[in-house]
Write a protein that binds this ligand. Structure first.
Ligand SMILES: [Zn+2]
Length: 329
């Protein structure tokens, strides 16, 4: 069938093209409800291309323009190939892979999808991947009752993680970001202390709030080398350093403390945990959202139509207060 899909044609150049989508016997055709823009989509928009080949699991083939993309979306199954066993037309699904979701229809293999949990709205299901990933990180972060937790980077994932930390019984949750608006939004959702790292030395501020000890758990959600170093330096002796971002460029890091302070380093990547594990974890990770324990709606700051994809990408890229930008085909 002929579909409308957004594709990158160069650095910071994106447009919608008509193209033919042919369904193979192993694929599911999905009518897109909405699709989210994520940090990695912004990197690709800016020409920052992840490494491909070898054991890299996401970019299996070399990147080339025109590049159709998008990996966060929800929708309804309209057709299935004859080998598809677990989905049928009418089923509500969420994308959990790079299946080119900036499109009015997208296709995916069964293992690239998850069923939408009963009762979850399709807007939130369209963000099932980023919500699931961020909540999973919080669930696996080893946060204990009474802990001080520092979240470095208060974008979508940081906003979700901070709420999970509070609900898991953290005594105080500290958020670090360079954008005041993101800290204010997080405060309205329960963050205890916001540190604007463009004005205040964040390491000094975290030490100040923890009697010079550092935080029990620190999570890196900003996606820069500086942020990883800050997390490395701000976690207490024997504390937990939670790694979340997908950083695709080389970074410079002093990890002397991993040895000297016996840090626990935890890697929390839901999507790459393995498909079978993911099937088990996704319902667990979305459960607190369904139960209204985690508030997602205020994090959807902008919505655009598919034919406004250039404006949507520019907003996600340049508006400091954009948290999650949603595309509605
Ligand atoms: Zn994403």
């Amino acid at each position: 069938m002929i579909v409308n899909s957004a594709c990158l044609t160069g650095v910071r150049k994106i447009t919608v093209r008509k193209r033919e989508l042919l369904l193979s016997e192993d694929e599911v055709l999905v009518k897109t409800h909405a699709a989210g823009i994520c940090g990695q989509d912004k990197n690709l928009y800016n020409g920052i291309i992840p490494p491909s080949g070898g054991l890299n699991t996401e970019m299996k083939s070399a990147f080339a323009y025109p590049y159709f993309y998008g990996h966060e979306a929800g929708g309804v199954v309209v057709e299935v190939g004859r080998n598809v066993r677990n989905y049928k037309p009418g089923d509500k699904v969420m994308a959990f892979a790079w299946v080119e979701t900036y499109s009015d229809y997208f296709k995916a293999r069964e293992e690239e999808l998850e069923p939408v949990p009963e009762g979850l709205s399709m807007d939130l299901a369209s963000l099932g991947e980023p919500i699931g990933c961020a909540v999973f990180s919080g669930l696996c972060s080893k946060i204990q009752l009474g802990d001080t937790v520092a979240v470095v980077g208060m974008g979508f994932a940081g906003q979700v993680f901070a709420q999970v930390a509070k609900k898991k019984g953290a005594h105080q949750v500290i958020g670090v970001d360079v954008v005041e608006g993101k800290l204010k939004l997080a405060a309205s959702l329960g963050l205890d202390h916001g540190i604007n790292s463009s004005e205040t030395d964040p390491l000094a501020a975290i030490l100040d709030l923890t009697n010079g000890q550092g935080a029990d758990v620190v999570v890196e959600m900003a996606g820069t080398g500086e942020a990883v170093q800050l997390c490395n330096d701000a976690v207490k002796h024997n504390g937990v350093l939670v790694f979340y971002s997908w950083i695709t460029q080389n970074i410079n890091l002093n990890i002397s403390r991993w040895h000297n302070n016996s840090l626990q380093v935890v890697n929390t990547g839901l999507v790459h945990h393995g498909t079978l594990q993911r099937h088990i974890w996704v319902p667990q990770a979305l459960r607190p959202v369904l139960q209204n324990q985690i508030n997602i709606e205020p994090l959807i700051t902008h919505t655009y139509q598919l034919d406004e994809i250039d404006q949507a990408m520019e907003t996600a890229n340049s508006d400091p207060n954009a948290i999650k930008v949603l595309i509605r085909p």
